[in-house]
Design a protein around this ligand. Sequence first.
Ligand code: ADP
Ligand code: ZN
Ligand code: ZN
Length: 654
Amino acid sequence: MSNFFYNVSIAIPLRQAFTYHSENQIQLGTRVAVRFGAKLKLGIILEEINHDGIQTKPIDQVLDDEPIFSATELDILGWASDYYHHPIGEVCNSFLPTSLRNVKTAMNIDAPLVTADIDIKVFTKILSDQQTNAVKFLLKLQGFSPTLLYGVTGSGKTEVYLRCIQEQLLKHKSVLLMAPEISLTPQLELRLKEQFGDLVGLYHSKMTPAKRYKVWKKFRSGETRVLIGTRSAAMMSAPNLGLIIVDEEHDASYKQHEGFKFSARDLAIKRAQILKIPIILGSATPSLRTLRSVEEKNFGIIKLTKRITKQNPPKFSILDINETTLTSGLAPQAIEAIATTLHQNKQAMIFINRRGFAPQFICANCDWRATCNSCESSLVFHHHQDRLICHRCDSAFGVPTHCPGCSAEQLSFIGTGTEQLEITLQELFPNTHIYRMDKDSTKKANSMEHLLNTIRDSQSSILIGTQMLIKGHDFPNLELVVAIDVDQGVTSLHPGAIEEMGQQLIQVAGRAGRADGNALVLVQSRYSEDKNLLQLKQGNYLNFAHSIMIERKALNQPPYAFEAIIKASSPTSQTNLDFLQKLKATVDSKHCMLVGPIPSMQAKLRGSYQHQLVLQAPSRVHLNSMLRTLIQTLSENKKSNKVRWSVNVDPVEF
Ligand code: ADP
Ligand code: ZN
Ligand code: ZN
């Protein structure tokens, strides 16, 4: 009796596949149950191999009648495992619906629908000349042709997407539309459903596993033809995928920070390449990486440079706050501007990236500072809970009345967070509605949507928000934006920080002045002569980005270099340092730069110290070959057990 031999991926953190045999032929990509140690585990058939002699265990059970991953999908997953240097079993597992991550449930999926012709609703909006031009350009794309749709805020990118989607539907194809955050999906869903009705589906991680499984099945059968989804939707199967759109392609939320640290944007691009289909990357503030690909003619570009309303974009003004006394972070000129805006029956927004009341609690008598025991980060005072909270691990502590260091009663809060601004502004403008939007005020399901609708319908009011408020939302009455903590971005040594700061300022400005063209963005800074800020002040993101790119090119920094981080985590600093030092000594860094070991940005997390090596290489090939050597060394090193280590390719956070 002859056997078939298969390499099977199993969801465990080991960097290999395992060989099993079966008397029957099994299709690649099928889910199976296999014995691993004493346990029955879920596996995916990756490839058939010629096997001679070595003893293998049998495959216990074939779980489904058909493969869960197609051949091309397996190619993409294989690519992802190589590219991110992450175990294949975990890569495969992260794209299975939760309901199917066990050996008990069979995937009873519906047969693919014979797609009937769809009813096309007439579009109600007449496209602008630029939109028409963009649609014409995008509809001509064939095969793998990644294209940046650069459209200033309010230029009507969504309307362009809609026409491209319709074209695919007419060709009986499906479309995947990716959004970086769940909060951005309701407005896309609304607009798409208006046009395409029940053909539209939604998929994200806040939905219940049962709901997600249902959506997964419908997209797979072709009942749902347009899927809007976040990161976790990047690999959703469709019978005939014709187009992928990545909205707000620059957004750091496309990158997963834990476990399998992949970028959904990059995975989507790879998927389009393997499927040989077009992919549209939309943004008003494209990432430098995308702009580099455009520069090298690997990506096409089409531009929407005008707002639909033909309104002037908001003006930027930089407010030097060096000689200024601030009230909860606000300069007197800013408070005056807010008063004027409210007086005109318009809205003002304060953009601040710190939630809570005050970011520090300190003693004026000794050097005591409230910090989290297990993360060493400053505790943030939250007024509503009356607690000091760690923003890394969410631990909460009571607020002492006397200094734990010296018993003095000289404790005080330092700095400003969203809660404090809310209280101060309410005192300054007692008859004004104030809406605060941060992680704390939008915890409940739908609270974010509700808040957004209330803000849109309100007249004169003040909005206070972290970066979650500035993404993609449309506030018709917003006339003034005050940005109060951009200096961290200006002074940061990390090359990604200035890019993000620029994107945030342009995006926040984009929320304003949609109704008339007199909007103003006040940027408070201690570095008002900073050349990047001055460049941004012109309001042209592409010019800002290009001037940074010229510098980066000269310095061989990203996007003209490729990066990865190897992170070590253990209960003592010294263990990490020894571990990384030794690792560093094993590589020949002729082509690459190796920086470190240095403490990670989160130097301590949940009781463990974190250190890292930063690798920078002139090409992807060099980066990969160095990573492979390092990982080989790590896997052979028994001491690795004491330290938890991970690899992060193309990190966006340091
Ligand atoms: P972007 O995503 O580029 O910032 P949106 O797609 O949100 O812009 O469009 C901005 C606003 O303009 C939306 O309210 C949209 O409905 C409207 N809009 C877009 N295109 C047109 C058009 N051709 N005619 C009229 N209104 C339009
Ligand atoms: Zn003290
Ligand atoms: Zn903590």
